[in-house]
Design a protein around this ligand. Structure first.
Ligand code: SAM
Length: 240
């Protein structure tokens, strides 16, 4: 398991109390041991533990061992807010599957409606889940969880990128437009439990330069299943 820090590593640095406790009590690392640490720029260093107790660990970088490769573009998952802990599950799976960013979207048919305070709290929680999932699966970067956006805000912020919208009323399979999403940035946009509003689909199709509605098969999938299925198919097409 990796440790992430939210600053660039340039010289010796202290880990937070939580991470110090984690490497000492869970990973059972000791002074002199080494551990992989990924910094805010996605650069991974092999670091030696210079001093450590369960409160504070001082690490020094020895050598660079990896760097996030952003050359093939980003896969961004924009998904309608979901009830209970389903969105947390989507965030975790999207991080495992390699999404670069997760954008929670307050859509018209979302059962969940979040006020500003709850949006902030949820976002922090989702970001922690993304970080944990990234650590657990050995990614070199942490997917960012963006602010909750409305559907028009989503189109405005990300509408210059190719949009793939899995839509249960579409018959054209996702497979048929995979060639267009093998490299470069792409947004996969999934509706909430109640599906997209008709106006949302119309708006995306008419306003965006590159938007394709696609089918994920003849069965109506739960929103969280659709998110994972679409991400897995696109990652497969991009060679992971
Ligand atoms: N309320 C809708 C209905 O009953 O017709 C279903 C919405 S579905 C539970 C949630 C989201 O998953 C949809 O908005 C869509 O993005 C995606 N989805 C589910 N099944 C799909 C399929 N077979 N093809 C494409 N997208 C699908």
């Amino acid at each position: 398991r990796k440790v992430f820090v939210n600053f660039p590593i340039t010289s010796a640095f202290y880990l937070s109390a939580d991470d110090s406790r984690h490497i000492i009590t869970v990973l059972r690392k000791r002074q002199g041991d080494s551990i992989a640490v990924t910094d805010a720029a996605g650069v991974t260093y092999d670091c030696r533990i210079r001093e450590a107790d369960s409160q504070r660990a001082l690490l020094e970088p020895l050598e660079k061992t990896g760097q996030k490769d952003g050359s093939s573009g980003r896969v961004i998952l924009a998904a309608g807010l979901l009830k209970n802990d389903k969105f947390e599950w989507v965030v975790q799976k999207a991080a495992e599957l390699g999404a670069s960013m997760i954008v929670p979207v307050q859509m018209e048919h979302c059962v969940v409606k979040l006020n500003d305070t709850r949006r902030r709290d949820r976002r922090l929680r989702w970001q922690r889940i993304a970080q944990e999932a990234a650590k657990q699966c050995g990614r070199d970067d942490i997917p960012e969880v963006a602010d909750v956006l409305s559907f028009p805000e989503l189109l405005k912020a990300y509408g210059t990128m190719p949009f793939i919208i899995p839509f249960e009323k579409e018959t054209r399979p996702l497979r048929d437009c995979c060639a267009a999403v093998q490299t470069g940035d792409v947004v996969i946009c999934i509706g909430p439990e109640g599906g997209f509003a008709r106006e949302e689909i119309e708006r995306a199709v008419t306003e965006l330069a590159s938007c394709q509605t696609v089918s994920l098969g003849p069965r109506i999938l739960r929103a969280e299943t659709a998110a994972v299925a679409a991400l897995a198919i696109i990652m497969y097409e991009r060679g992971f």
